[in-house]
Design a protein around this ligand. Structure first.
Ligand SMILES: *[C@@H]1O[C@H](CO)[C@@H](O)[C@H](O)[C@H]1NC(C)=O
Length: 352
């Protein structure tokens, strides 16, 4: 076989919320488990919202001496990032708009705090060995769609690269070596290998043998019809959490799957930007299973978050939860990311 069937494509999996539960074991690598252990200890130490009374070393969400995030000499996405979207399957404008607005909000500095652009500014703290930081500029350069799902309704991880190759061959999207990031977004009816079982999204780069070029890409699926309790957390919660009294939050844009997808897109973009060729920023010694900057903060959305608690987030007049503002009055709920300066998970809605 040309590739090990699974390994390289497991990069940057979005963890399922089950991993944040103390009583669930799940095969994942040691560092992550240590980190989760730390989150659990931290959350029990914090009790209910007593963050201000914690010792200084425990003050930040997810902060830990066990996290060994390191730079491995490769490039980050330091030029203005041009996003190329591939909408695969039946998408409606109502489902697409929040996602598009989220992407456009990431570099919109005119939005009131806490903003999506402030959220991205933590990611721009990462630099490569040339001293170039991740770019603060992101734009949607072009979009392609395949409503007829020409490669079928059940995709393999590898077929994501074929979708990109198809779009390039049809000239629906250009080859952009300098600044391009290709985002493959699959509609509710599209199944993906390991979706809902092990992954909610992943990122990697294309192979010249399949696509003709090495281009960074990510895939994220709409989980609304397939596994919202796994991939659209916390807008849907797994049964064991519901039984423990954890309620689902109302999605800020009114669609569980789409709002859940926004947070997974955020997760994958943060990791793509800081580890596009899987040789820049990650923790752990094994490049086939790196722990990247968003993996470290899975499940944390606000102050006090960790151990199955999202942390403090806001609610709008209709009881819908959010933690950042976007353009045109939109709001989103996205997970926090690891700051290389604070060595902790941070987000613009932090209370301290
Ligand atoms: C660029 O990265 C360096 C190193 O992490 C950081 O100190 C600096 O603040 C970053 N610059 C911007 C504009 O974020």
């Amino acid at each position: 076989m040309p590739f090990p069937p699974l390994f390289p494509f497991f990069l940057s999996v979005v963890l399922l919320p089950a991993l944040l539960q103390a009583d669930i074991t799940y095969p994942y690598h040691t560092l992550q488990q240590k980190q989760l252990l730390n989150l659990r200890q931290r959350s029990s130490a914090a009790g209910s919202g007593a963050a201000g009374t914690l010792p200084a070393s425990k003050r930040y969400e997810g902060s830990s001496d066990l996290v060994d995030l390191r730079y491995h000499m490769g490039p980050v996405l330091s030029l203005p990032i041009r996003l190329y979207l591939i909408w695969y399957g039946r998408w409606t404008p109502a489902l697409q708009l929040p996602i598009r607005d989220f992407l456009l909000s990431l570099s919109d500095a005119s939005v009131a705090a806490p903003s999506a652009a402030q959220w991205w500014s933590t990611i721009a703290l990462y630099a490569d060995q040339t001293g170039a930081n991740v770019s603060l500029s992101l734009s949607i350069a072009a979009e392609a769609s395949d409503p007829a799902a020409s490669r079928g309704y059940s995709l393999s991880r590898l077929s994501v690269q074929h979708l990109i190759a198809d779009a390039l061959a049809a000239s629906s999207l250009p080859v952009d070596h300098r600044c391009g990031v290709y985002l493959v977004l699959t509609a509710p009816e599209i199944a993906m290998q390991d979706f809902c079982r092990a992954v909610c999204g992943f990122h990697y780069f294309t192979f010249p043998s399949l696509v003709g070029h090495t281009l960074p890409y990510a895939w994220v699926g709409h989980s609304g019809a397939q596994c919202p309790e796994l991939c659209a957390y916390p807008f849907a919660v797994p049964g064991y959490m519901a039984r423990g009294g954890v309620g689902a939050m109302r999605p800020p844009n009114g669609d569980v799957g789409t709002d859940g997808m926004v947070s997974v897109v955020a997760h994958e973009l943060a990791e793509l930007a800081t580890n596009p060729l899987v040789n820049a920023w990650y923790a752990g010694g094994d490049p086939t299973a790196p722990t990247e900057i968003a993996d470290l903060c899975e499940g944390i959305y606000g102050t006090g978050g960790g151990g199955g608690y999202t942390g403090q987030v806001s609610k709008d007049g209709q009881g819908r939860s959010y933690n950042i503002n976007g353009r045109g009055g939109r709001r989103f709920l996205v997970q926090w990311v690891w700051s290389p300066l604070l060595k902790a998970c941070v987000g613009p809605n932090a209370m301290d």
